[in-house]
Design a binder for this molecule. Structure first.
Ligand SMILES: Cc1cc2nc3c(=O)[nH]c(=O)nc-3n(C[C@H](O)[C@H](O)[C@H](O)COP(=O)(O)OP(=O)(O)OC[C@H]3O[C@@H](n4cnc5c(N)ncnc54)[C@H](O)[C@@H]3O)c2cc1C
Length: 370
């Protein structure tokens, strides 16, 4: 059903969250335009793609949000695949978290939600795991999606097919408003011209850079470096999620090794010898046989973090401006629920009590009193 508003809704940032929102809104008949500064700097192209509310040991509302999203992901992916004709590499492969002793395992925040593994069972799940790991937890429902090679491309193609307009190389410089109502944005075009773009509605989803557009948003970058290795196909069947390092096996035997957590690096681009050696040490300590497998790629990116590490979702203080940012290390997992909650709210559809309570919990004003 076409919407009455003439001006398109602007998506400020064409990363994973922006594309997910554009896709959901286009499905609801909304006219959408994505303004994107630099496609390939998006964390959506960087992430390991784990869908891991349990293995990450999330707690409270963030765990609820993650679990709800995990449940929605198969249908969400089905829709994207049908719209794009691209398979997204979704795998409910399960995630194993290893521990040096049983005590550490039993105090893991989500230990009661997984299957406990003793030393023998851990070795059956992960043949070749380093002998230092004495026990583990298997989270069977957690999994992964191939965001870097497939999901991002599939979302872009699906959006184009649904009539979403893209402006690439556009930097949003400023949000225009009369202190109460959103009125549009100032942009710098790819040719360097500054223009105003009037609009009635927009979603701010500029990832780690969100705070440049709205200073009140406590979003900051947490840099992460990664590399990938090529293993024999199916040698690692489940994701291995160690402390500080994880191994994510794709269908074709590629293993993504991540990730550093660099809170003080700001937006400093590039790989560092220290970061890469940390990952190498992590790999050696998890799966020694993988140390000699060929290196394929190395890359880095910026997680959009907030003080409580939860996302910022819903209305801003300006009428017409919506927020979907701060997804930190779980943006791939949370993309389905973010798109669902925001698209329903924007289109004034009714939300369940649970959805309303989650939107309330992740509203930006929770940081007001801090
Ligand atoms: C190393 C690493 C590993 C990760 N692993 C996982 C994982 O396994 N599982 C998981 O769930 N999550 C993971 N994440 C987190 C996930 O990638 C992010 O939470 C998610 O991609 C955030 O999406 P986003 O759209 O908010 O930001 P991004 O994907 O970063 O997109 C933001 C976009 O906005 C654009 N932009 C910024 N400012 C402007 C502006 N002024 N004007 C126009 N455009 C602008 C940028 O150019 C960029 O393209 C990981 C992240 C990193 C860095």
């Amino acid at each position: 059903m076409a919407h009455a508003s003439k001006k398109p809704l602007l998506i400020l940032g064409g990363g994973l969250i922006g594309l997910s929102l554009a896709h959901a809104l286009a499905h609801k008949g909304r006219s959408v335009e994505v303004l994107s500064k630099r496609r390939n700097e998006a964390a959506g192209f960087v992430a390991a793609g784990m869908l891991a509310p349990h293995a990450e040991g999330l707690k409270g509302n963030l765990l609820r949000l993650g679990q709800l999203s995990l449940k929605q992901i198969p249908k969400w992916v089905e829709k994207i695949e049908a719209d794009s004709g691209i398979s997204c590499g979704l795998r409910q492969c399960g995630i194993v978290v290893p521990f040096l002793n049983i005590e550490d395992r039993d105090i893991y925040p989500t230990s009661s939600l997984g299957e406990s593994l003793n030393h023998k069972e851990l070795n059956e799940q992960i043949p070749g795991i380093h002998s230092q790991w004495q026990s583990g937890i298997l989270f069977k429902k957690d999994g992964q999606i191939d965001n870097r090679r497939r999901l991002m491309r599939a979302l872009e193609k699906a959006c184009v097919g649904l009539g979403v307009r893209f402006q690439e190389g556009i930097e949003v410089l400023e949000i225009l408003n009369n202190k109460k109502v959103f009125e549009g944005v100032y942009i710098r075009t790819a040719e360097g011209q500054i223009q105003s773009l009037p609009a009635n509605e927009a979603i701010l989803c500029s990832g780690a850079w969100s705070n440049y557009l709205l200073n009140a948003l406590p979003v900051f970058p947490v840099k992460g470096q990664m590399f990938s290795i090529q293993g024999p196909k199916d040698v690692l069947k489940r994701i291995l999620f160690g402390p500080g390092t994880y191994l994510v096996p794709r269908e074709d035997g590629l293993i993504v090794v991540g990730a550093t957590t660099e809170k003080h690096a700001g937006f400093e681009e590039g790989l560092t010898p220290y970061g890469q050696s940390q990952l190498q040490a992590g790999l050696n300590s998890l799966l020694p046989i993988a140390s000699s497998w060929p290196r394929m790629e190395r890359w880095w990116g910026f997680r959009p973090c907030t003080p409580d590490e939860g996302p910022i979702l819903g209305q801003s203080s300006l009428k017409g401006l919506w927020l979907a940012t701060g997804h930190h290390r779980n943006g791939v997992l949370l993309s389905a629920i973010t798109a669902e909650l925001l698209a329903k709210s924007i289109c004034k559809e009714s939300l369940s009590a649970e959805e309303n309570s989650l939107l309330q919990a992740f509203n930006w004003n929770r940081f007001q009193s801090q």
